[in-house]
Design a protein around this ligand. Structure first.
Ligand code: NDP
Ligand SMILES: O=CC(=O)O
Length: 325
């Protein structure tokens, strides 16, 4: 008999068809407060779940009595309680690698936009205020040749460093727990303590995942260490940074500018101070959002779910070592 799988995100028909050939499939285009009861009813006898954008709490998953595997269509998995999944012996798979280059492209776009003030200048043109040759008060700063400090030299950090080093002649510093020998070899990257990286970098770029050690890693004390001429980028997770303290630092020009794709609360509330600042570029969490990459993520998530449901935990299973077969 086929395993029962509940899909909780709209995916293209072709990929949905693939899933239904392999599994007994139940589909939800999305799950929210309006259809949570129906979703909970369907997961009661499900073997697998696949989707994105829903925080599947222990309270919800307690209803899924025979669940073997969850496949999240994202590389980040901080919206799951891993200890709980381990206790329940539920495998969790994610989608690393296929989104690395696209996310690095997005992060580099933020670096460029923040440095060259593209949002501010675009608004100036479209509001009809471009009436003369621009004075130096509108000039940006160079990116090439500067020092980039990367928080989180993992897959995406490495891909950002590659663009920065080879494309823009940037010096690369990084903060990580482990040494990234590849980055040190390929880009002459230097591993540093956090404080040293913050005080010496012209661009600081966080691509850290959310975990208990990274929560509010960049608070007021750390922001105070950043050079007033420096630019702060966050493409990892919003809870790494004290967003209110960052907004105040930007407002006071204690930091030149910022480029953000992720926030403590998403979607970013309209009441956020960040919304009223002209020295910040705000993206709506679109790091991996190209047509090609989102499709690749869906395909990867399907392959990993098939593997995990059949007992093969070698494909992108983040808690393989805690699952007993
Ligand atoms: N904006 C967007 O749309 C996207 C955001 N992301 C985010 O980017 C994150 C990174 O993705 P990816 O590069 O593939 O993941 P990796 O696991 O390859 O990289 C994460 C890096 O962070 C480091 N790290 C983790 N915890 C700490 C810590 N406490 N202190 C210092 N360093 C730490 C890790 O090294 P070490 O453990 O040795 O310290 C590792 O080098 C994802 O988890 C996700 O949250 C990903 C894709 C798209
Ligand atoms: O934030 C996106 C992800 O894939 O993680």
């Amino acid at each position: 008999m086929k395993d029962k799988v509940v899909l909780f995100k709209k995916i293209p028909n072709q990929q949905q068809q693939l899933l239904s050939e392999y599994f007994n499939l139940v589909c939800f285009d999305k799950v929210d407060g309006n259809n949570m009861d129906a979703f909970i009813h369907e997961i009661k006898d499900a073997d697998g779940l696949i989707g994105a954008g829903v925080k599947l709490t222990p309270e919800i998953l307690d209803n899924a009595l025979q669940l073997k595997a969850i496949s999240t269509i994202s590389v980040g998995f901080d919206h799951f309680d891993l200890d709980y999944l381990n206790k329940r012996n539920i495998a969790l798979t994610n989608t690393p690698d296929v989104l690395t280059n696209t996310t690095a492209d997005t992060i580099f776009t933020l670096i460029m936009c923040a440095a060259r003030r593209t949002t501010e200048l675009n608004n100036m043109v479209t509001s009809g205020q471009w009436t003369n040759n621009l004075k130096d008060q509108y000039f940006g700063v160079d990116v090439h040749g500067k020092t980039l400090g990367i928080l989180g030299m993992g897959r995406i950090g490495y891909a950002v460093a590659k663009r920065a080093h080879h494309g823009f002649d940037m010096n690369i510093n990084y903060y990580n727990r482990s040494v990234n020998k590849q980055a040190e070899h390929d880009f002459n990257a230097e591993k540093m303590a956090l404080d040293e990286l913050l005080t010496t970098s012209d661009f600081i770029c966080s691509i850290l995942p959310a975990n208990e050690h990274t929560d509010l890693l960049i608070g007021q004390r750390e922001l105070d260490l950043i050079k007033p001429s420096a630019i702060f980028i966050n493409g990892g997770r919003g809870n790494v940074v004290d967003e209110q303290a960052l907004a105040i630092a930007l407002k006071n020009r204690a930091i030149r500018a910022a480029g953000l794709d992720v926030y403590q609360v998403e979607p970013l509330p309209t009441s956020s101070l960040l919304m009223s600042l002209d020295n910040v570029t705000l993206f709506p969490h679109i790091g991996s959002a190209t047509a090609e990459t989102r499709l690749a993520m869906i395909c990867s998530a399907i392959d990993s779910l098939k593997a995990a449901c059949s007992g093969d935990l070698t494909q992108n299973c983040v808690n393989a070592e805690n699952i007993t077969q």
